[in-house]
Design a protein around this ligand. Structure first.
Ligand SMILES: Cc1cc2nc3c(=O)[nH]c(=O)nc-3n(C[C@H](O)[C@H](O)[C@H](O)COP(=O)(O)OP(=O)(O)OC[C@H]3O[C@@H](n4cnc5c(N)ncnc54)[C@H](O)[C@@H]3O)c2cc1C
Length: 245
């Protein structure tokens, strides 16, 4: 709500990464409703909010994985934010968010390539050294074919990331393309870490090896930059639009 030269902001958002250590919060708030040919549309504005302002409360959350950083919930109660703290223009928040979201989705998949490569390296090294029934376990196709699937998955994601990054750079990436990269990369990392853990057998679930941590850490990747279901929703709607009759 506008009040003179300020906005009074109320609301709550759960899951804000690193909010405990941040000095400022980049906040998207509804500052009105516009009439458009497609009907009423919320006017979204982006603000830079000083975390020390009265009315801002940050509470940490404990997570399954990624314990090296904190996720938090943020509550705002009658927080007075000067209009000069608007990033971009009033009502221009969606375009700012869109650019971040698209690049975030490509970056997520790039991270997953690195993580999956490390998981494959650990699994392949283990398969070359652990012996069972008189052979290294890599000699059993039940193990080695998992490594083949990992290599295919990783290579495919790498190519998707390179394509997505080139389109980001050129400013031509579409919502569908960003979702495809994110969906494939996050699910790929789930498959690879799960198979890597399986290759290590019982050792995979111990703290002796980093695979259990990687397996836990990647679980959120299918959630936090848009859930797999939301990505499938975006992609499928676009496919249906493309072939509309
Ligand atoms: C550790 C962590 C850190 C995060 N950090 C940040 C951050 O820094 N900043 C930030 O803004 N957000 C952050 N998020 C929030 C994240 O973006 C959301 O968790 C994510 O978008 C999913 O929203 P949700 O949790 O409300 O799930 P919900 O929307 O409640 O979804 C629950 C389930 O319902 C399904 N579902 C919901 N709607 C549909 C639909 N239309 N069609 C099909 N299925 C549907 C979902 O796919 C999911 O399976 C973080 C989340 C986590 C877990």
């Amino acid at each position: 709500m506008r009040d003179g030269d300020d906005y009074i902001i109320n609301g709550e958002k759960i899951f804000i990464t690193m909010a405990m250590v941040a000095d400022f919060i980049i906040l998207f708030a509804v500052t009105g409703v516009d009439d458009t040919p497609k009907g009423p549309r919320k006017r979204i504005t982006c603000f830079l909010v000083d975390k020390d302002l009265p009315g801002v409360t940050v509470s940490p959350l404990a997570l399954l994985g990624n314990r090296g950083f904190k996720s938090c919930s943020i509550a705002l109660e009658d927080v007075r934010v000067p209009a000069k703290n608007i990033l971009g223009e009033e009502g221009g928040g969606f375009n700012i968010a869109k650019n971040w979201i698209f690049s975030g989705r490509v970056m997520l998949a790039a991270n997953m390539v690195g993580l999956a490569e490390r998981a494959m390296e650990i699994a392949a090294t283990y398969a070359n050294t652990r012996r069972a029934f008189g052979k290294t376990i890599g000699a059993f196709q039940g193990t080695s074919f998992k490594l083949a699937d990992m290599a295919v998955d990783i290579q495919a994601t790498k190519l998707l990331v390179l394509d997505g990054a080139a389109k980001m750079e050129a400013g031509t990436i579409t919502q569908r393309e960003a979702s495809i990269v994110n969906l494939f990369g996050s699910e790929m990392a789930g498959r690879v870490t799960d198979n890597a853990l399986q290759v290590l057998g019982g050792m995979g679930v111990t703290k002796e090896w980093p695979i259990e941590r990687m397996w836990r850490d990647v679980r959120v990747e299918r959630i936090w930059e848009g859930t797999s279901e939301i990505h499938r929703d975006i992609i499928s709607k676009d496919v249906l639009r493309e072939f509309a009759v």
